[in-house]
Design a binder for this molecule. Structure first.
Ligand code: S3P
Length: 231
């Protein structure tokens, strides 16, 4: 949220009695222990982290865990759309059609991006809209969670609440959607392979990749760098 601040003890000062204490002053001069989470948060500022990719790749599951690691709020665009509409996504599709759903999705994602930093999981079709892509590029770092056709099929079979897959040939639909969408998902800032490994491993890869992307050279110095700097 806008009010979220990563604690920065060195910059926050303290009461005048603390400042006068030489012990506190020497404590304050110590560098904060570096962590990838702290590096990412300070480089992000008010930008969010947005997960994009096909249905079934795990955007919500990974997003929720990534948010917990970073101590950021997690927001699921589909859940927010349902709350705003007062009905489920299948109901929106059935009553008003996909075009209406996409309009609502675009508006809801725009609103959520104004309230960063958060970790935002988007529905599989959201990133296909140019307007949403440019908003995400301006206000967030995007991660494409990419999974193979087989992994996606195995996972989407578990749920029957995806209107686009209520077809005679869901497998063919997934193939067609992947062909249309993968080149567009590829425009995301970062790509992480979603596969059948423990969720925490994918989250760890997100953290490492985000840190490298956002902090580059500024990430924590290696012990060798520190040793050569004090020589
Ligand atoms: C859609 C994906 C769904 C949901 C809607 C449309 C899509 O979200 O937004 O059914 O176009 O791929 P998930 O990707 O979270 O399943």
């Amino acid at each position: 949220m806008g009010s979220y601040r990563w604690p920065n003890h060195a910059a926050s000062g303290g009461s005048s009695s603390e400042i006068q204490s030489s012990e506190t002053m020497s404590d304050a001069a110590l560098p904060l222990p570096a962590s990838p989470e702290a590096d990412i948060l300070s480089a992000l500022g008010t930008r969010s982290i947005v997960l994009v990719g096909m249905m079934g790749v795990g955007k919500s599951t990974i997003g929720r865990r990534l948010a917990a690691r970073l101590k950021l709020p997690f927001v699921d665009a589909d859940t927010e759309i349902e709350a705003a509409a007062g009905m489920t996504i299948p109901e929106i599709f059935e009553r008003y059609g996909e075009a209406h759903f996409r309009e609502g999705e675009t508006r809801v994602i725009a609103r959520l991006l104004d309230d960063g930093p958060v970790v935002l999981a988007t529905g599989g079709g959201a990133y296909m809209r140019e307007e949403t892509r440019s908003r995400i590029a301006a206000k967030a770092v995007s991660i494409w969670l990419r999974a193979d056709h087989d992994v996606i099929m195995r996972r989407v079979r578990r749920r029957a609440d995806r209107p686009l897959l209520q077809t005679a040939d869901p497998e063919g639909t997934v193939t067609r959607l992947l062909t249309e969408r993968e080149p567009v998902y590829g425009k995301a800032d970062l790509t992480i392979a979603s596969r059948d490994v423990p969720h925490d491993r994918i989250v760890e890869e997100c953290i490492e990749t985000l840190r490298a992307h956002l902090c580059g050279e500024q990430s924590a110095p290696s012990p060798q760098d520190v040793a050569s700097a004090v020589r």
